[in-house]
Design a protein around this ligand. Structure first.
Ligand code: GZL
Length: 340
C-alpha cells in the first residue's frame, strides 16, 4: 500500500536555477550534466505522464535536458539521437517507438562513447545489451496475463464462465514492446480456454482516435457476421476510451454489453470505471523519471547497472483497479488522487 501512496505523492518541482556550469572541458562531476532524451511522442495520457516525470526528475537533479518529442515517428527519433551525439551529451535516454531499426544509430552512439539508458520500451538487435547500460520499465507480459486472469475471474463472478466468449483486441503500436508482450501475456492465459476466441485484432496505435475508428470497424464486421462481441481487450486505456465512444454510438452499453479491459491506469480510465463504461485497468506507471536519474547518478559514481530494472510500481498485488469487489482495488477509492 505504501507504494500506492508514493504513486500519489505529487513531486514538488524544484526548479534548478543552476546556470550552465563550466565548459565541456571540466570533468562531468564538476559541471552541469547534459542529458538527451528521445521521447516517442504525446500519443496518450500515459506518455504525457512519462514526459512530465522525466522533465521533473531532470530539473530536480539540475541536468541540462535536451528533450525531443518524435511524434511517434522512428526517423525523427533516430535524428534526435544523432543530434545528441553532435551536441556532445553526457547521457542519452530513449524510449523506442518500435523494437527494430536501431542497429546503426546505436552503433554510432556506442562509438561516440555515450552511455544509453532505455526507458519504458526496448529495442531488439543482436547483442543489444552491449549498446545500453540498462532498460527500466514494466513487465508487459505480466500485464497481459493480469488482464486475461481478471477476465476469467470476472466471467466466473457474473456466471458466464462456460459461455463462448468472443473477444476483440485493440493492439498498441505494431512492433512495439508493449504491444508484442501484452498480446503474448494475454494469450498465455486465454489459450488454455477453448471457449475464448479472439475474433478480431488490429492496431489502434495507442491513440483514442484510432481506437474509436477500429472499434467501429470491429462492430460493423461483427454485425455483418451476425455475432456478438463480448469483450474488448485494449492494450492501453486511451484506445479503450475511444472504443467506448464507438460502442455507445452503436447503441450498446460499454462495460455491460461489451466488457472493456484497458491497461495504463490513467485518470480517465478510473473515471470510466466509476461511470460503469470500463470494467478494469491495470497499472503500468509512467513515473520512471526518478529511476532514470538515479541510474545516471549511479553511473556517475562509477557503478554498473543491472541490464533490467523494473519499475518501482510493478507490484502486481496492488496494480489492478476494477469494479470487481473484494479481490481488486476499487477504482472509486483512487480516482481523485491519480496524477496522470
Ligand atoms: C507502456 C507504454 C505505452 C502505454 C501507452 O509502457 O510504452 O505507450 O501503454 C503509451 O499508453 O502510448
Amino acid at each position: 500500500m505504501k507504494k500506492l501512496i508514493s504513486i500519489f505523492v505529487v513531486v514538488i518541482m524544484v526548479f534548478s536555477l543552476a546556470a550552465c556550469g563550466g565548459g565541456a572541458s571540466a570533468p562531468a562531476a564538476d559541471r552541469q550534466l547534459k542529458v538527451g532524451f528521445a521521447q516517442i511522442g504525446s500519443e496518450s495520457d500515459w506518455r504525457v505522464g512519462s514526459t512530465n516525470s522525466i522533465r521533473q526528475a531532470c530539473e530536480e537533479a539540475g541536468y541540462e535536458l535536451l528533450f525531443v518529442d518524435a511524434n511517434q515517428q522512428q526517423n525523427l527519433q533516430v535524428q534526435a539521437l544523432r543530434d545528441f551525439i553532435t551536441q556532445g551529451v553526457d547521457y542519452i535516454g530513449f524510449s523506442p517507438v518500435v523494437e527494430t531499426g536501431w542497429d546503426q544509430v546505436m552503433k554510432e552512439i556506442k562509438d561516440a562513447g555515450i552511455p544509453v539508458i532505455m526507458l519504458d520500451r526496448n529495442i531488439d538487435m543482436p547483442n543489444r545489451d552491449d549498446f545500453y547500460e540498462s532498460w527500466i520499465g514494466a513487465n508487459f507480459v505480466h500485464e497481459g496475463e493480469r488482464a486475461a486472469t481478471w477476465l476469467i475471474e470476472y466471467l466466473e463472478h457474473i456466471g458466464r464462465a462456460d459461455e463462448n466468449i468472443n473477444i476483440v483486441e485493440l493492439q498498441g503500436t505494431v512492433g512495439s514492446s508493449p504491444a508484442i508482450d501484452r498480446k503474448t501475456g494475454f494469450e498465455n492465459i486465454i489459450n488454455s480456454k477453448s471457449n475464448f476466441t479472439i475474433s478480431q485484432s488490429q492496431t489502434g496505435d495507442f491513440t483514442t482516435e484510432l481506437g474509436k475508428e477500429v472499434m467501429e470497424s470491429f462492430l460493423t464486421r461483427a454485425q455483418a457476421d451476425g455475432v456478438k462481441i463480448d469483450v474488448l481487450f485494449a492494450h492501453n486505456d486511451g484506445m479503450a476510451l475511444g472504443a467506448i465512444q464507438a460502442i455507445r454510438e452503436a447503441g450498446l452499453k460499454p462495460g455491460d454489453d461489451i466488457i472493456v479491459i484497458g491497461i495504463d491506469a490513467v485518470k480517465l480510465a478510473f473515471e470510466a470505471i466509476v461511470a460503469g463504461d470500463q470494467n478494469v485497468t491495470i497499472e503500468c506507471s509512467p513515473l520512471l523519471g526518478p529511476q532514470f536519474v538515479e541510474s545516471i547518478q549511479a553511473l556517475e559514481r562509477g557503478e554498473t547497472l543491472p541490464k533490467i530494472i523494473y519499475s518501482n510500481y510493478d507490484d502486481y498485488d496492488e496494480t489492478l483497479y476494477a469494479v470487481f469487489p473484494d479481490k481488486y482495488l476499487k477504482a472509486s477509492d483512487y480516482v481523485d488522487s491519480r496524477v496522470y
